[in-house]
Design a protein. Sequence first.
Length: 339
Amino acid sequence: MPSAQRVKWARFRVGAVVVSACAILATLVYLLVGGSLLRERTVLFLFIPDATGLGPGSPVRVDGIGVGKVTSVALSGSGQPDRVVKVILSVDRDHLSEIPKDSIAQISADSLVGDDFVDVASGKSGEHIRPGGEIAYQAQAELLKTLDLAQFDKQLRTLDAVLSDIEAGRGLVGQFVMGEDLYHGLMQQVGEIERGARAAASTATPAGQAFYTDRLYRDVTGALADFDKDLARLQSGQGPGGRLIHDPADYQSLLQTAAALRRSIAGWHASEFVAADGLYTEWNSRLSSFIQTVDRFGAQPALSSSQVYDSLNGAAKQLVDGLRDFRRNPKKFFRVQVF
């Protein structure tokens, strides 16, 4: 027979296994019910016209967040078309403050073949719904009711025409799919682009020389080296700029020249013509006298009348005519008439 100590040890092991199994079972049950086994729950009501796809255990969500489940779906016995089915919702009491009084519930699905759930859209009221309260229901628009079949048929015909054009090789897409001309043209353009890129990459072109040779680098480096040499000559005092920077004699000479120029300008400003009005008044008086003399000369009868001009013009014409006659027949003027 086994000893008493071994029997006690065996009983302890059996008890430990049973306790562990119960703990594991309790954990699984807690996880299966969504961790809400010990939460305080309350009941809300929802009346809908049709319960197709909705049953006990369906989720209840507020703005996409799960707050409970459907516990019962049954006929309400009401004669109103939109209150045929009575749905009892089991919601966590802690989430009642997140459901305003004017919230609206709809029956939705995650996908076309997914299970339905109660989707509550929270309202804007400052009061939240009370335990045992009713959530207003708003039906969703059905697809077949909102779909314009005539418009859908028109779109299908347009799509069929486009596909027919593609199969017949009409249009750019049809030519590209069914023909080879557009493809060959596209390949030719790609080839031209490739040849252009190769030409640009060639070292025989300026762009290729800039990218694949050190010519541009040497040019830039040479320019920078020359600039550095110029700066070095300036710093060492070579050239006019260097002497001006390092030799104070040139700087002093420049200052003296500037001072002499300033004195000349100051002397010109201090001259009588600029500083006083006497010389200006005298010049103005002489200019006015000259203008009056010119006006008197212009007012003489010889200039204001055309009589003197006409007399001089007539005398000049007679002189010209006499000279012309003398040149043509000079003997005429050397004849002597004897009585």
